[in-house]
Ligand binder design. Structure first.
Ligand SMILES: [Zn+2]
Ligand SMILES: [Zn+2]
Ligand SMILES: [Zn+2]
Length: 145
């Protein structure tokens, strides 16, 4: 997936009525530069390599971004949530999760029209979203094995 992001994060924050702060901007920039979905802890580590920041501040910002639909929290196996940008350039897509290192890779969006139609079930169901997660051994872990 092409992870180069064309979003103007400053403008995005302004359009959400959010004050531009260094930490908010850092969270968006880190997610925007990531080639895979990140754990909150990983986002925190990158910010901490640049500045002092309270863990709670970062977690609250992530929570707020999720509530606003700016960031997606992926529903995956395991207790640790993974996050990714949910901007207009990044429509929902399937994920690959390695069962050894737990890394979550973003896969290309694929047309799921047929699956979507079939999986809604009986007429009258209203399906809102679909998550596809492929599990296996990632290429890095395969090389080490
Ligand atoms: Zn974008
Ligand atoms: Zn792996
Ligand atoms: Zn993804």
């Amino acid at each position: 997936m092409d992870m180069s992001d064309r979003c103007d994060f400053r403008q995005w924050l302004a359009s959400q009525g959010l004050k531009l702060t260094a930490v908010r901007l850092a969270v968006l920039e880190i997610l925007g530069a990531a080639s895979c979905a990140l754990r909150a802890k990983e986002i925190l580590e990158v910010i901490r390599s640049r500045r002092r920041v309270n863990k709670v501040t970062v977690y609250r910002i992530l929570e707020d971004f999720c509530n606003r639909g700016m960031v997606r929290r992926l529903s995956l196996e395991g207790r640790v949530s993974h996050y990714e940008l949910a901007c207009e350039h990044r429509p929902p897509h399937p994920h690959f999760q390695c069962h050894t290192c737990r890394e979550v890779q973003c896969l290309e969006p694929v047309p799921l029209t047929r699956v979507w139609t079939e999986l809604q079930g009986p007429v009258g169901n209203r399906a809102d979203h679909i998550d596809i997660r492929v599990e296996g051994l990632c290429h890095k872990c395969r090389e080490e094995a």
